[in-house]
Design a protein around this ligand. Structure first.
Ligand code: ATP
Ligand code: MG
Length: 378
């Protein structure tokens, strides 16, 4: 029997386990390491992960994503209301004020809570890990954002329980990252402390921490965060293209949920290409709305302009961490980056500006959190 470490991301999940002396990130039923945090219902079938994401555009009403940030909260919570503006599924308040995702399943309308949806996702992770390791999986360590409240943590534990997972520990994502780093670096055993900054920039959050390693012991000096992530870049760019298409083609992408989702999907792809490329890149969507094909382009500098307010908040978060950690720039050994959005070049530039060190990629940017969680129980 094996213990797994789970990184439950707002966009995707990773699972790792200690195996034959090392830590391994496990592949799912599509031979992929990332399992999208998406659950869908189709007639009598429940579809989870890669397959769910693949059919989202054609089954929008019964496909649910973005539920991580709704755990343990009531429908009327302003945070929930804000989250709902970017969730395409149907979400309603239940009689007791809780959140219900409305889907058609087993030929009737049903409501599922964020906890139940998370449990379905966890069940899938449990099954795919058991298949990958060819052994039963019951125990796990789950990583959660450092800013999760007690209610959010309790909801996560409830979800794990519904999925039949025994949670040995909930671990902050920031701590998981630091543990993953400590495991691979063998120069951290010196008398003199080594101070390392960890930056996790994901889909929905930016979490930054300062840690000190002395003789292999890890001490958290400071942590800070902001509720911004990759999706905020996508939204800023989507706003721009929606306006352009309105002017050029007289179509309003925002009035159509499917068009909006397709636009955001294409923009996310474009954004990733822009991370590697500074030239102008095309954006083409066939039969976007009213049978009209749309085409446009964008280059990195333009995206940076559109996303200036997000980048400003990134910079402020970095500066806050530096101040709270009380570290001098010379005291910092390295700045390690994880999370998909840390690949954005202007984020790396800000790291260099604020911390006077280039962003370092010692860790696997996608898998570090799950690996740290797996290490905690190894
Ligand atoms: P969270 O930590 O907020 O719960 P998550 O763990 O699911 O979310 P990650 O998987 O770390 O998030 O990152 C996903 C985000 O990173 C997405 O917004 C995605 O568009 C973005 N991303 C991934 N690769 C790149 C890239 N090459 N360039 C720019 N952004 C990228
Ligand atoms: Mg994450």
């Amino acid at each position: 029997m094996s213990v797994i470490g789970i990184d439950f991301g707002n966009e995707s999940c990773y699972v790792a386990a200690a195996r034959s002396g090392g830590i391994e990130t496990l592949a799912n039923d599509y031979s992929l390491r990332a399992t999208p945090s998406v659950v869908a219902f189709d007639g009598k079938k429940r579809i989870i992960g890669v397959a769910a994401k693949n059919q989202q555009v054609t089954n929008m009403k019964n496909t649910v994503s973005g539920f991580k940030r709704l755990l343990g909260r009531k429908f009327n919570d302003p945070h929930v209301q804000h989250e709902l503006t970017s969730i395409p599924a149907r979400v309603e308040a239940r009689g007791d004020g809780s959140i219900g995702f409305k889907v058609n399943y087993l030929e009737e309308d049903q409501h599922f809570s964020p906890e139940q949806l998370t449990a379905m996702l966890f069940t899938k992770l449990k099954e795919t890990s058991a298949a990958a390791m060819q052994t039963q999986v019951n125990d796990c360590v789950i990583a959660c954002p450092i800013f999760f409240t007690n209610a959010e943590r309790r909801a996560l534990l409830d979800a794990a329980q519904i999925a039949g997972l025994n949670v040995l520990r909930l671990l902050n994502e920031t701590t998981a990252t630091a543990l993953a780093y400590g495991f691979y670096k063998n120069d951290l055993f010196e008398e003199k402390p080594k101070n390392v900054i960890f930056i996790d920039f994901g889909h929905s959050a930016l979490q930054v921490s300062a840690c000190s390693f002395t003789k292999g012991k890890l001490k958290m000096l400071a942590s800070t965060w902001d509720q911004i992530g990759g999706r905020d870049f996508d939204l800023a760019v989507a706003e721009f293209f929606a306006k352009e298409f309105q002017e050029r083609y007289k179509i309003n992408a925002k009035t159509n949920a499917r068009a909006n989702l397709r636009l955001l999907t294409e923009i996310e792809k474009l954004k990733k290409q822009m991370s590697a490329n500074s030239t102008k890149l095309p954006l083409n969507i066939e039969c976007f709305l009213e049978d009209i094909d749309v085409s446009s382009s964008m280059q990195r500098s333009q995206m940076e302009e559109l996303c200036a307010p997000v980048l400003q908040r990134v910079e402020q978060t970095f500066k806050r961490l530096l101040a709270e950690s009380k570290l001098q720039l010379d005291d910092i050994h390295s700045v390690e980056i994880v999370g998909g959005s840390s690949r954005i070049p202007s984020v790396k530039q800000l790291i260099e500006q604020v911390f006077n060190k280039p962003a370092s990629t010692t860790l696997n940017q996608d898998e570090a959190v799950s690996r740290g969680a797996a290490l905690q129980c190894a």
